[in-house]
Ligand binder design. Structure first.
Ligand code: DOR
Length: 422
């Protein structure tokens, strides 16, 4: 299959060019147009975004999201690859589930799926899952995300075992006993609202513990790879920064919601803002942005976590945690931080950097590279209208906002996975 996209620019170039894709790969630039021809309308072409952290809810929670809606939403957001989280029902701790998810996703033709598998059976944190068989089935990484790894010895074993397989272990770093029943950041706002708080120390303490485990394993020359998910506090990021200085094999991600929202949003008592780890203070958000600039944060992930409207309409004490917005993550980041980060750094944080975290080949625009590509319209403002979302979660904190940077076309394996209608 051959596809030519005309009238596109490479990032930070004014020159209009064309690119031809054949058999899933980039054939070359500015060749005579052949096959299907799509007008890129002056948009900017980049490698498709890579999402290391999304909840697609299959199997078992398809009232919230499913592979079709989640992967279509991802493609509409400019993503070519999605790592799905295993906190489903049942948990993705069985090679047969990993295989069936991949087969089903391949048939859909939206974004590619690289499922994460649970590190422990049933994500209970007690017994390691069958990591080798899960890897053989196609698991991309191991994580008990959604849950925390309370038993440090089991996590250590998991890091050691996964590391010997060359696999990343990714952790939701919150100390459950410190977090307790906190539903929002602990601080002036939680006190004013009379809501149970989740202290910054819950994240920092857990990150410190996990880094010590990694340091110990590294000292024994074990090939460990720890990835810390959705860092939300300045203090925890400082710990990761310091660990990197010491040469520890650790990477971390931050999420656009922790960069753009703070605990002040909870004054609305709207559970749409309830997320784990919680929205923190402006000082924390500023530190996370500084981390993106100084390189101590490796990549951006969304933690797209859809729930039903009825669930998110419950009160803050009982509603589930999670914000869903994979369709607008890039426009949100580009509109809010494009001037600060610059296009190349932002694209790197959402394409090459996630690939580096995973040890995957770095996406590129050169001939011979996989044809996973996105064309962005960096200039036209559009109002966020959740009714148009492909995700089942048709509500978002950014509804009604005017954003730039919308994907116009997403190509996965040389085939169109998303094309904006107008
Ligand atoms: O806010 C969150 N929602 N954080 C998590 O760790 C899990 C996720 C979910 O599964 O809804």
């Amino acid at each position: 299959m051959t596809l030519t996209i005309t009238n596109i620019r490479r990032p930070n170039s004014e020159t209009l060019e064309s690119i031809t894709l054949e058999n899933g790969l980039i054939k070359g630039w500015n060749l005579p147009a052949e096959g299907e021809i799509i007008d890129g309308k002056g948009g900017t072409l980049a490698p498709a975004l890579i999402e290391l952290h999304a909840h697609l809810r299959e199997p078992g929670q398809t009232e919230k999201e499913d592979l079709a809606s989640g992967l279509a939403a991802a493609a509409a957001g400019g993503y070519g690859t999605v790592v799905s989280m295993p906190n489903t029902s049942p948990v993705v701790d069985d090679p047969a589930i990993v295989r069936s998810l991949i087969e089903k996703a391949n048939r859909l033709g939206f974004a590619r799926l690289r499922p994460a598998a649970a590190l422990t059976r049933g994500q209970t944190g007690e017994t390691l899952a069958e990591l080798t068989f899960l890897q053989d089935a196609g698991a991309a990484m191991f994580t008990d995300d959604g849950r925390t790894n309370e038993d440090a010895r089991v996590l250590r074993l998991g890091l050691e075992y996964a590391g010997s397989l060359g696999m990343v272990v990714s952790v939701h770093a919150e100390d459950a006993s410190l977090r307790a029943d906190g539903v929002m950041n602990e601080g002036a706002v939680s006190e004013a609202l009379g809501l149970p708080g989740n202290p910054a120390a819950a994240e920092a303490a857990r990150v410190a513990r996990d880094l010590e485990i990694v340091a110990g394993l590294q000292a024994q020359d074990r090939p460990v790879r720890l990835h810390v998910q959705h860092l939300s506090t300045a203090r925890a990021l400082d710990l990761v920064r310091e660990a990197k200085r010491r040469g520890l094999p650790v990477t971390c991600e931050v999420c656009p919601h922790h960069l753009t929202l703070t605990d002040e949003a909870l004054r609305s008592f709207d559970s749409i803002y309830k997320v784990a780890p919680p929205l923190r203070t402006q000082a924390d958000a500023d530190s996370l942005l500084a981390g993106l600039l100084d390189g101590s944060v490796d990549c951006i992930a969304t933690d797209h976590a859809p729930h039903t409207r009825a669930e998110k309409e419950r009160d803050l004490l009982t509603a589930p945690s999670g914000i869903a917005y994979i369709e607008l993550a890039f426009p949100l980041m580009w509109t809010r931080f494009g001037a600060t980060l610059g296009l190349e750094r932002l694209l790197d944080l959402m394409t090459q950097a996630p690939a580096r975290v995973m040890g995957w080949p770095e996406p590129s625009l050169e001939a011979g590279a996989p044809a996973d590509l996105t064309v962005f319209d960096l200039h036209t403002e559009r109002t966020v209208n959740p009714a148009e979302f492909k995700s089942k979660a048709k509500f978002t904190p950014w509804a009604g906002e005017s954003l730039r940077g919308w994907p116009m076309l997403t190509v996965v394996g040389g085939a169109v996975a998303y094309r904006r209608e107008a």
